[in-house]
Write a protein that binds this ligand. Sequence first.
Ligand code: NDP
Length: 317
Amino acid sequence: MTKPRGLLLVKSGGDGAVPEWQAGFREFAPELLVRGWNDTSVDPGDVNYVLVWEPEPGRIAGYRNLRVICSSAAGVEHIVRDPTLPPHLPILRMVSQETSQTLGEYVCLAALSILRDFPRMIAAQAERRWDPYEPPHTALDKRVGIMGIGTIGQVAARMLGGLGFKLSGWARTRKSIDGVTMFSGDDELESFLSGCDILVNLLPDTPETRGILDVRRLAQLPHGAGVVNAGRGTAIILPDLVAALDSGQIGAAVLDVFEQEPLPAESPIWRHPNVTVTAHLAGYASRRARAAAVVAALEALERGETVRHLYDRVRGY
Ligand code: NDP
């Protein structure tokens, strides 16, 4: 097997994280040199790979021997916004088993929290009030719909299925997934939404998905449906969601991602009684797991194989 060799420059987690990245890569690609983004001893001509989070626009174009750009997270918006980015370079999204596992766990946590009204339990404890309410439903009565059922969504679906939820999925292209009632394309979005007791958004941020959950689409969900957003904040028009929560059209929401992060302190969402806010922490992977995922993808690229997590500039994800 051809192990990646050459020099990888890393900008993720600051200078303090460089030793951990080096240890991770040493384990999986011992011949790959790993240096920090601010290491002034690095000759730009020696850089073959970059692993980055929010690189300064213009900097990547200066590495003339660069072969692959790796994102240190699942999204690549922070890379592709650079107008000087060389168009021929492959861009690798970060998707590791750990990311899918942790995001799947988060989606289960959110779905169960909505099902059992966990915020009510927390509120009762805060007031030292004994509140032994009975749940009106079990997971067996509820359908969770995953909007953007790709790599992570399919792991989440398996985990939700294990809890007993009925499952639907919506994707851009038609596909069949065991145990999941599938929908695809704009024409089938309304039918998909109308069956979701709990909607989980896992769509990437693209021109087509931006603002997709607006007043019209939220109204197509069953009255009182739950909404979970662990994809990207840009998918939901937040004032439309607040209005839908206020009217009862949406019964509860669990939100991990926002158009503006950190969520501004003055946002009404923080204090909404039916909303749980988390700080973009749904999917997580250790540096070691991410190094392993990058090495596996670089090896596959070297062998000329199709790599699942390459960013497609035409599709936009
Ligand atoms: P994938 O690319 O594997 O899946 C994306 C899914 O969205 C695919 O099913 C795709 O359809 C579908 N899709 C894309 N555009 C459209 C469209 N216009 N209409 C309908 N469906 C569409 O991505 P991952 O599963 O790896 O990641 C999903 C998202 O999770 C990431 O983009 C990121 O936003 C988010 N994420 C969030 C994290 C967090 O901490 N909150 C951490 C990691 C990821 P098709 O299958 O047909 O291509």
